[in-house]
Design a protein around this ligand. Structure first.
Ligand code: PLP
Length: 388
């Protein structure tokens, strides 16, 4: 889960520096007043370096990051963008906001996009694919990337949950043409609210940077009020206090991921061997962020009784099996564009995903997992699996 467990004096020191340098909270301009203090700019540069990419753009949220990334693609109404049925609503919302048609593919036992189902859903109108690394486990980027290449589609990674993870040693978010991250308060590193986009191409970066700032091209030859523009956009600018916190959190990211991976391993060691459970799969070469430990049980009643038994010991589950409403497309009847794209019936559109999710249990992993937690989890689950 969380950078929020580790918010402390380092973040505070970064913020104090902003106020000690004139208190300029806007990312642009006021050059004479800010004594060289540009936190958002510095955060972008540090993030790009950490991810080994040429360009990064900070924005106001992970949702904004998706919307701004799509703005770089010049989508036309009717163009289709495929993502996966198990994701946060934001991925589909961003596609709808970009005036494209949202299509969801089934997930497989990785609980991420099933490449075979992706391939079935590609049409002549498909322009882009958004692969999501749900709960920190890498999606099948090799296979998905191959399909995108073959069919001429743009790959974007929604790496909201993948920040700090990798596949084959390559950071999540940097496999696609663009990758997006969320720094909301429940994510691996946080700025309270915030997000980032990383780019492989300068042209995409420039288009996205202008669009996220009303079309401002940041032309160094003219003052901002005379700035050049080639199109309109919107405002998704990050502000200096978020940039300051982000710098401190980014320095903690490797330690956060390492601690979570160690704690996930402790949980796994405690419960593997329990009867009737099988763990979520991950692609070969995965180094996840270990946001959760997910396993499958026989059926939905068993999954629910696991949750009840855990709650009795004061341990919650994370999203599965209880909170698919915000994370599973089959329930999003409030999105007419999505309903229409799936023939008017969402509840029957994803049978494979429904089957997998209904019998999944997700244990949250934290940085500061308390001593004894793995044993408590094991005791609760032993009880639930026996009575069911
Ligand atoms: C959190 C999340 C988002 C949205 O990020 P916000 O910063 O909360 O707007 C998008 N996609 C996924 C998969 C997420 O988990």
């Amino acid at each position: 889960m969380p950078g929020f467990e580790l918010i402390g004096p380092e973040e505070q020191a970064e913020i104090s520096e902003v106020f000690a340098s004139g208190g300029i909270l806007f990312r642009h301009g006021f050059d004479a007043l800010r004594r060289g203090c540009y936190k958002v700019r510095e955060f972008e540069a540090a993030f790009a370096e950490a991810m080994h990419v040429p360009h990064a753009l900070a924005v106001t949220s992970g949702t904004a990051a998706l919307r701004v990334a799509l703005a770089a693609l010049d989508l036309k109404p009717g163009d289709e963008v495929i993502t996966q049925a198990f994701t946060f609503v934001a991925t589909v919302e961003a596609i709808i906001e970009a005036r494209a048609v949202p299509v969801c593919a089934e997930i497989d036992a990785t609980l991420n996009m099933d490449p075979a189902d992706l391939e079935r859903r590609v049409t002549p109108r498909t322009r882009a694919v958004i692969a999501v690394h749900m709960l920190g486990t890498p999606s099948r980027l090799r296979e998905i990337g191959e399909i995108c290449k073959k069919r001429g589609l743009t790959l974007i990674e929604d790496s909201a949950w993948g920040c700090g993870g990798s596949l084959d040693g390559r950071p999540l978010g940097t496999w696609g043409r663009m990758g997006t991250y969320s720094f909301d308060f429940a994510k691996t590193m946080t700025t309270g609210e915030g997000g980032m986009i990383v780019f492989q191409n300068k042209a995409d970066y420039e288009k996205a940077a202008a669009w996220h700032d009303h079309g401002h091209e940041n032309n160094p030859k003219v003052p901002r009020w005379e700035d050049t523009r080639s199109g309109s956009g919107f405002n998704f600018r990050m502000m200096e206090l978020q940039g300051a916190v982000g710098l401190a959190q980014l320095r903690k990211l490797p330690a956060i991921v390492e601690a979570q991976r160690a704690n996930q391993t402790r949980l796994l060691a405690a419960i593997e061997g329990l009867p009737g459970i099988a763990f979520r799969e991950s692609p070969l070469g995965s180094c996840g962020t270990a946001d959760a430990l997910v396993f499958f049980v026989r059926d939905n009643p068993t999954a629910l009784s696991c949750r009840v038994a855990l709650l009795r010991k004061g341990i919650s589950t994370k999203i599965l099996p209880e909170a698919t409403t915000w994370h599973f497309a089959a329930t999003w009847v409030h999105m007419p564009e999505l309903v229409a794209a799936h023939g008017g019936a969402l509840d029957t559109a994803f049978p494979a995903s429904t089957s997998l999710l209904s019998r999944s249990v997700s244990l949250p992993v934290t940085v500061k997992m308390r001593e004894g937690m793995p044993e408590e989890v094991r005791a609760a689950l032993s009880e639930a699996l026996r009575i069911s």
